[in-house]
Design a protein around this ligand. Structure first.
Ligand code: G3P
Ligand code: CA
Length: 269
């Protein structure tokens, strides 16, 4: 045929378990990391925030209310912000019962505990710095934990770790502090901003519902901070039909609460 081939790499997507395999186990707990591992999923995504006394912990919301029993344990402390509780207080909370009785006793992990489990499972980590405006200096602190846990060695930097944030400023800071670490900007920036962003990031990670094949191709046209085409990981895709459609946009990764469904639908890994 004389038809022009689409500029697709044909590679099935990398599959990332969103907040761990969060359709099957309570999000951002060690149980969710293990659930992903049991499914044979090699990448997990998490959300990192900071306690009142400066410990990094893994939790999505800026409040403890939705995913723990904090209302019962500390009834007078509304609105139960993560930043207003000490690490010792948070360690008392049950982060599993809201999801299902069989997960009673699951905890909000510290970043250190979380990374040790990911390492033990031989998985890879897409680490999100969440709400960085609430936590001045969290970029440097996160990099310190990563370094202390051995995750800034060459092998981890090359293929096992990506640090992402909705805050492009936060991503810029991570890159300035440790230029070897791969980074991603969350959201769907305009193509006009990509030449600047490409100087300090390796990926753009948008909501799948905001993108088209043309947008993905436009992102791929830029070389990122490590001189390879900017990649695209799309979130959060939880059904087979959508997964096949979004994989057809030539995205490089798909972030999912049901990573097994996405893998089986796309042939990804
Ligand atoms: O990794 C993508 C996704 O996690 C971004 O949104 O709100 O789930 O952190 P959110
Ligand atoms: Ca996230």
């Amino acid at each position: 045929s004389s038809g022009v081939r689409a500029a697709e790499d044909g590679e099935p997507p990398t599959v990332i378990a969103h907040r761990g395999a969060s359709a099957y186990a309570p999000e951002n707990t060690l149980a969710a990391v293990d659930a992903a591992a049991r499914l044979g999923i090699h990448w997990v995504e998490n959300d990192v925030q900071r306690t009142k006394d400066g410990e990094l912990v893994v939790i999505h919301d800026d409040s403890l209310q939705r995913t723990t029993d904090v209302e019962e344990v500390f009834p007078g402390r509304a609105p139960w912000k993560v930043k207003d509780f000490t690490a010792a207080e948070i360690a008392r909370l049950d982060a599993g019962s809201w999801f299902g009785a069989s997960y009673a006793g699951a905890r909000v992990p510290t970043l250190e505990q979380y990374m040790r489990r990911v390492e033990r499972n031989n998985q890879n980590l897409l680490l999100e710095i969440k709400n960085p405006a609430l936590y001045p200096g969290i970029e440097q602190q996160t990099l310190k934990v990563l370094s202390d846990e051995g995750w800034l060695d060459q092998a981890h930097r090359a293929s096992r770790l990506i640090v992402q944030s909705f805050s492009a400023d936060s991503v810029r800071t991570v890159h300035a502090l440790k230029p070897g670490v791969k980074t991603a900007i969350l959201g769907t920036p305009s193509v006009a901003n990509l030449s600047t962003y490409a100087t300090f990031t390796d990926q753009i990670n948008p909501s799948y519902s905001t993108i088209s094949p043309g947008y993905v191709a436009a992102v791929h046209a830029f070389d990122g901070a490590h001189d390879k085409p900017l990649k695209v990981f799309a979130w959060t895709v939880n059904d087979a039909e959508t997964a096949r459609r979004v994989a057809g946009y030539d995205v490089d990764g798909i972030i999912s609460n049901k990573p097994d469904v996405v893998r089986d639908a796309t042939g990804g890994s």
